[in-house]
Design a protein around this ligand. Structure first.
Ligand SMILES: [Zn+2]
Ligand SMILES: [Zn+2]
Length: 183
């Protein structure tokens, strides 16, 4: 049964109708193969941010016709880059809403990020940077949490509610500020 099947195929390929059919079939396969390669390239560009990661997928589609794209479909990133970007923007907006709205510069009212050191509009000092690693520090911190460097005494923004007592038992009176270069 199988032998006769392959025999008929063999006869078919050696018949005179072969050349015309071969050309049509080969052209169809070639066009379909090129289409799958193009599809992989187009799809990978929408899903993969790094350019150098796109070309292995395209190469796979070229070298392994028809099965390469199937393998690519199994391992490709599940989301389009546009969708990922949109979702990240939404999540950032939700985070801001949870935190309590956008932060604003206390001097000029420009919207600032939480890790800004100075206001980009009016150049007011917003936060102190760690002397060692340069990261923005919260006013209440005694030590940099990123590099364990103790924070110097000078604080740029004395954020203090007038009703509440000072957070730590500081020996200095709160109103009197020592001016001078001793330190
Ligand atoms: Zn400002
Ligand atoms: Zn640090």
């Amino acid at each position: 049964m199988i032998a006769s099947f392959f025999g008929s195929i063999h006869d078919f390929f050696h018949s005179s109708t072969w050349t015309a059919t071969e050309v049509a079939l080969a052209a169809f396969v070639l066009v379909f193969w090129a289409a799958t390669v193009y599809w992989v390239w187009k799809d990978a560009r929408r899903r993969i941010a790094e350019q150098w990661k796109i070309w292995p997928a395209v190469l796979l589609a070229i070298v392994v016709p028809f099965f390469g794209p199937l393998v690519y479909m199994l391992f490709r990133p599940p989301e389009y880059l546009d969708d990922v970007r949109e979702r990240e923007l939404e999540m950032r907006a939700i985070e801001r809403r949870l935190v309590g709205g956008d932060l604003e510069c206390g001097v000029c009212g420009a919207s600032v990020e939480a890790d800004f050191l100075v206001c980009p509009v009016c150049t007011s000092r917003l936060r102190q940077a760690c002397a060692s690693c340069g990261r923005p520090l919260e006013p209440a911190w005694q030590v940099c949490p990123y590099c364990v460097t103790p924070i110097a005494e000078e604080r740029p923004v004395p954020l203090r509610t007038p009703a509440a007592p000072p957070p730590a038992a500081s020996p200095r009176p709160p109103q009197q500020r020592r001016s001078g270069t001793s330190g």
